[in-house]
Write a protein that binds this ligand. Structure first.
Ligand code: ACO
Length: 310
């Protein structure tokens, strides 16, 4: 025993909306192609907003919903691969922006689109030793910074955004039982420092269709429960077809899984906490809800966890 539950969630999104039709004016694509292959209809892009602005908005909303004051946090982790600056880290920027205590552990973590799962698990481990038992876990990416806007196979997929969860650790609570993995492969998905992202889309698609069901199975086994015990499945939003295929494989009914990729595209490390914050706002995360979170992405990396709402 000993683990975390989610106390509150929030999101920070840029104002500008870029529709598929807007994109079709820049590259040789169409709304019909993008919707049918990915489910994406629009995405948000930063103009004036910084990465830190998005993180701070998500964090403040999560703290407010959780009823937690910034100085009560023991840990602040930002999962990202596109921070404003490498130093100070996005998490250190949050220390000042949110007014966190100086002894709050603040650092960034990069596991690409799986970052939120890695950060959630890291928070659970660190909070066991921290003097204060609340943690802030942010997933945030401004992918518009690393996109090649002439590459139609990647630039249509991504959007900017941040999501956050405030978690609480207690000795008597069960662990979220995270299952995390990595297989070093720089050929399928690559973004060199200072460069732009390239991806072998079909191969990543196939990898996701193996990784997501594998993660679900491993988490269920570790927790000793069946899929029926899960109230909600929240998958990384990379492609609506991936989500639907996995749901079909597990026989998950539509009311038990969530899709918002049509509005935001793939927001990388932010996609799962953004989805959680929308679900919470809609009243779909009452106390006691058990949510299975599953992510996958560059690295290659993958991860799943079964986390309860406090
Ligand atoms: N508009 C129109 N046509 C296009 C576009 C576009 N935007 N992009 C590619 N095409 C064309 C291709 O050129 C190709 O044409 P051809 O047959 O004449 O060569 C055709 O459409 C089919 O291309 P495919 O790549 O086979 O299309 P596919 O159905 O595989 O869809 C996609 C591509 C959407 C990228 C899909 O493979 C996918 O979603 N992959 C997973 C991506 C993912 O999940 N990434 C997550 C990790 S991200 C992270 O961690 C950072």
């Amino acid at each position: 025993m000993s683990g975390i539950k989610i106390r509150g969630t929030g999101r920070g999104l840029p104002e500008r909306v870029l529709t598929n039709d807007d994109l079709a004016k820049k590259v040789d694509t169409s709304d019909q192609w993008i919707v049918s292959r990915t489910g994406i209809r629009q995405r948000r892009l930063c103009t004036e907003e910084t990465h830190a602005d998005l993180c701070a908005a998500a964090a403040r909303a999560a703290l407010e919903r959780g009823g937690i004051r910034p100085e009560e946090l023991g840990v602040c982790i930002v999962a990202t691969m596109t921070p404003d600056t490498l130093v100070p880290s996005a998490a250190c920027t949050m220390q000042r922006a949110l007014g966190l205590s100086c002894d709050t552990l603040c650092f960034d973590l990069n596991a690409a689109c799986t970052g939120f799962l890695y950060a959630l698990h890291t928070a659970e481990c660190l909070l066991a030793a921290a003097p204060r038992k609340y943690g802030l876990v942010i997933g945030a990416d401004v992918f518009s910074r690393v996109l090649d806007w002439s590459d139609r196979s990647t630039c249509i997929l991504f959007g900017d955004g941040a999501g956050a969860a405030v978690v609480e650790w207690r000795a008597e609570w069960p662990s979220a039982g995270a299952v995390l993995g990595c297989a070093g492969n720089d050929g399928l998905l690559r973004c060199p420092a200072g460069g732009t992202l390239s991806m072998e889309g079909q191969q990543v698609f196939r990898f996701a269709l193996e990784a997501v069901p594998w993660c679900i199975a491993q988490v269920l086994e570790r927790q000793g429960v069946t899929a029926e015990a899960v109230d909600l499945f929240v998958f990384h939003q990379a492609n609506a077809r991936i989500i639907d295929l996995v749901a079909k494989k597990y026989g998950i009914p539509p009311e038990k899984y969530y899709k918002n990729i049509q509005r935001y595209g793939n927001t990388s490390a932010a996609s799962i906490p953004i989805a959680l914050s929308e679900l919470e706002e809609a009243g779909r995360l009452p106390a006691g809800t058990r949510a299975m979170l599953v992510g996958f992405g560059g690295g290659l990396t993958w991860g799943g966890a079964l986390v309860e709402i406090a």
